[in-house]
Design a protein around this ligand. Structure first.
Ligand SMILES: Cc1ncc(COP(=O)(O)O)c(C=O)c1O
Length: 436
């Protein structure tokens, strides 16, 4: 067969075959869709992506969150095109990075100083280092089920298959030095008494408490974040909110605004750079001081530099993205479409006899097949029927709705109510297909 007679479907399959034999694991991470729905994306515009085989999907994954304004938003494209003609990286200061920092400081309640990093993983890794440099202590506390990226301090008790032996948890990944087990404590989410007890017991050694304020899809119960905040303040522990997902997504001021608790430091990624690689640590000037060579002698500095930190293309995209989000109505629209989709999925699940919940926020939520109420922590999430959730997601994928099975639905500012109604029609069919 000559190249000219290759169909788009065959071309996609050829690419998948090359991926299978060249990429470790055949994909871009551990995550892989099953062969019958696997795809290679060729382009994305607005709320839709098109695969190499020509199929168009309504996208509820949005690159795992960064494409918050949809794909190829004209304002982001224009900003990036303008910048790329002027060069892509300089290492020295550049105006887009300065303008983005200015916007972050203006919007973020704890934001007085910004330090750019390349990814969310780097942001949380360096935030914890800064906290250790500041306090002279070495341990950190995280919460069971909390996701803070891929570094050795983050991957403890993230996806355990049963309760952890609090405050100790198992490492999630092979290759993490066992010695780190002593440095990372783990508490159950939404249990203020347990968290405060662990903080009180280990206060002398604790540099930081890091928490996803909306933990994956779990809302913080009233009083939980405030109790953690108070305990950290009492003991001079740095409270870090990981806002890589929530920042600028669940509100302009992120989780800090939405839940009314202000940390000392917070990490950002995804939405802040319009789909380009950039993340940041933001915090009070006092806690960011270990990053400031103007204030501290060399031996007291926390090193956190990176070749592409604050690179002008990503920063220009970020300034453009935040400019759009600043316009009136963006968050009202997200509540309207996300609220409708969540309610619709739950009602349709009910119609077909499935106990389905959509925990989270309107702009980012999960679909979990469980009757457990309320969903407060990781152990509650473990009651969800993942194989049913997986099969349901595959039925959506077969019908051109792009989702990551058993993970999150992400909504963009450009999903329309028509998109949502179309999706609910497919959701109905997917539940129906489950029964067969
Ligand atoms: C809350 C949270 N923190 C940190 C990260 C890591 O970010 P990145 O994938 O950019 O390293 C993620 C990634 O999904 C995340 O959801």
């Amino acid at each position: 067969m000559t190249a000219s007679t290759t169909t788009t479907g065959e071309r996609q399959q050829q690419l998948l075959d090359v991926a299978a034999n060249t990429l470790a694991g055949g994909g871009l991470g551990l995550f892989q869709l099953p062969p019958e729905v696997n795809l290679v994306i060729a382009s994305g515009h607005g709320s839709r992506v098109t695969a190499v085989d020509g199929r168009e999907y309504l996208d509820y994954h949005l690159g795992s969150g960064p494409a918050f304004l949809g794909h190829a938003h004209p304002k982001i494209v224009a900003a990036v095109e303008a910048q790329v003609r002027k060069g892509s990286t300089y290492y020295f200061l550049n105006e887009p990075a300065i303008r983005l920092a200015e916007k972050l400081v203006a919007a973020i309640p704890c934001g007085e100083r910004v330090h750019f990093t390349g990814s969310g993983t780097e942001a949380t890794f360096f935030a914890l280092r800064v906290a250790r440099a500041l306090t002279g202590r070495h341990k950190i506390l995280k919460f069971e089920g909390g996701w803070h990226g891929m570094h050795d301090y983050a991957l403890w008790g993230t996806v355990p298959d049963g309760p952890s032996d609090y405050p100790h948890a198992k490492a999630d990944s092979a290759g993490i030095p066992p010695a780190i087990a002593d440095l990372v404590l783990v508490a159950p989410f939404n249990d203020p008494d347990a968290a405060v007890r662990i903080i009180d017991d280990h206060a002398r050694d604790l540099a930081a408490v890091i928490v996803e304020p909306l933990q994956r899809v779990l809302l913080p119960e009233p009083g939980f974040l405030a109790a953690v905040r108070a305990a950290c303040t009492r003991h001079g522990i740095v409270l870090v909110f990981d806002e890589v997902v929530t920042g600028f997504r669940i509100a302009w001021g992120g989780a800090q605004e939405r839940y009314g608790v202000v940390p000392d430091m917070a990490t950002y990624g995804k939405a802040i750079s319009g789909g380009f690689p950039l993340a940041a640590i933001v915090g009070r000037a006092e806690v960011m001081a270990p990053l400031d060579a103007r204030q501290r002698p060399r031996q007291d500095l926390a090193w956190a530099s990176g070749t592409l930190n604050g690179n002008p293309i990503s920063a220009a995209a970020g300034v453009a993205a935040l400019g759009v989000l600043e316009e009136p109505g963006a968050y009202d629209h997200l509540h309207a479409i996300g609220g409708r989709l969540r309610a619709g999925i739950t009602t349709l699940g009910d119609k077909h006899g499935y106990a389905v919940q959509c925990p989270g926020e309107d702009a980012v939520f999960g679909v979990r097949f469980t009757a457990r109420q309320p969903l407060r922590n990781w152990q509650d999430l473990l009651t969800a029927d993942r194989s049913l959730g997986f099969r349901w997601a595959i039925e959506l994928l077969k019908r051109n709705i792009l989702v990551n099975p058993n993970e999150k639905f992400y909504l963009s500012t450009v999903h329309s109510m028509d998109d949502i109604e179309q999706t609910l029609g497919v959701v109905d069919e997917a539940f129906e297909a489950l029964e067969q």
